[in-house]
Design a protein around this ligand. Structure first.
Ligand code: GLV
Ligand code: MG
Length: 307
């Protein structure tokens, strides 16, 4: 199924996999999706304990209809294969996706796809049930993003990783998600966001914006989210309960836009079927088939958000 149209990911909560208190708290938050992290939010000494905690938390349930993911460690580490095997063998029936961080080429995604297929067969899970979300977090990943996006039918989303990305290109700032000081001629992230969005859309994937680390500044989070939402991104990572409502709002269409989109769909349907016209007027606005497609995007996101 086309991942863009399928499951809503307006807010994607990052939960450190080694912290039972945060895992418990996450169960009560109104996010569309979450991932239990085994990667950068977990200290090296805690990696193994975190695997067990994460698998147990998935099996305990209580996650409602949220999309349940686990972020494994990246493929340059010694942990990845055991992360995948332990989590999927133990809790594969209660898991929707794995997040693969720092993806630099298509081979890495194919490796994960193959390993997942073996585990699914071995433990009797439906073949292909575990999806993959690929994080684009450095220059190599961005340059290879088209191949990465086309590398596996398991892929559901491409996720921008701003912190690692900014470090990898030597961007001169320490504030993740904000414009680097000194660059006063536009949005320093426009190219990166558009590049990821194009690769995602060309392959029917969702495009997810990464975290905003000044977690107490909800206005700044909202501004940052609004930029990627305006381009067409489907959602953003949230790190703190205070960011959840803002993400759910920003990545859903406003009520007036949603109502207008439904009106366009009705008017255009009537025009083509009853009046047999391809172009009609709705008030002062001319509608044609392309207008219908635009309205469909807004209406689909609004319906998914329960408007
Ligand atoms: C997320 O993983 C990031 O690096 O921003
Ligand atoms: Mg990262």
């Amino acid at each position: 199924m086309d991942a863009v149209a399928s499951r809503s990911r307006r807010s994607v909560l990052a939960v450190p996999g080694s912290n039972p208190r945060f895992i418990e708290k996450a169960r009560g938050l109104a996010v569309d999706a979450f991932f239990l992290d085994l990667e950068d939010a977990v200290a090296a000494s805690e990696k193994e304990r975190a695997r067990e905690l994460v698998a147990a938390a998935l099996n305990e349930g209580g996650w409602g209809d949220r999309i349940r993911s686990v972020r494994v460690n990246d493929l340059t580490t010694q942990w990845t294969y055991r992360d995948v095997i332990t989590v999927v063998e133990t809790a594969g029936a209660n898991l929707d996706c794995l997040v693969l961080p720092k993806v630099t080429d298509a081979v890495q995604v194919r490796w994960l796809d193959t390993l997942l297929t073996q585990i699914e067969r071995s433990v009797g899970l439906e073949p292909g049930r575990i999806g993959i979300e690929a994080q684009i977090e450095d220059a190599r990943g961005l340059v290879a993003v088209d191949e990465i996006a086309a590398s596996s039918p398991r892929l559901e989303s491409l996720v921008y990783g701003p912190a690692d990305f900014m470090a990898s290109i030597n961007m001169r700032t320490l504030v993740v998600g904000e414009q680097p000081p000194g660059y006063d001629v536009g949005d320093a992230y426009h190219y990166v966001l558009m590049r990821i969005l194009m690769a995602a859309r060309a392959n029917g994937l969702q495009a997810i914006d990464g975290p905003y680390l000044q977690i107490r500044d909800v206005d700044a989070f909202t501004r940052s989210a609004a930029r990627s939402a305006a381009l067409g991104f489907d959602g953003k990572w949230v790190l703190h309960p205070g960011q959840v409502e803002a993400a759910n709002e920003v990545y859903a269409p406003g009520q007036a836009d949603y109502d207008h989109a439904e009106l366009i769909l009705d008017a255009y349907e009537h025009a083509t079927t009853v009046r047999r016209r391809g172009a009609v007027m709705l008030g002062e606005e001319m509608l044609d088939e392309a207008s219908r497609k635009m309205a469909l995007v807004v209406a689909a996101k609004g319906r998914a958000a329960g408007l």
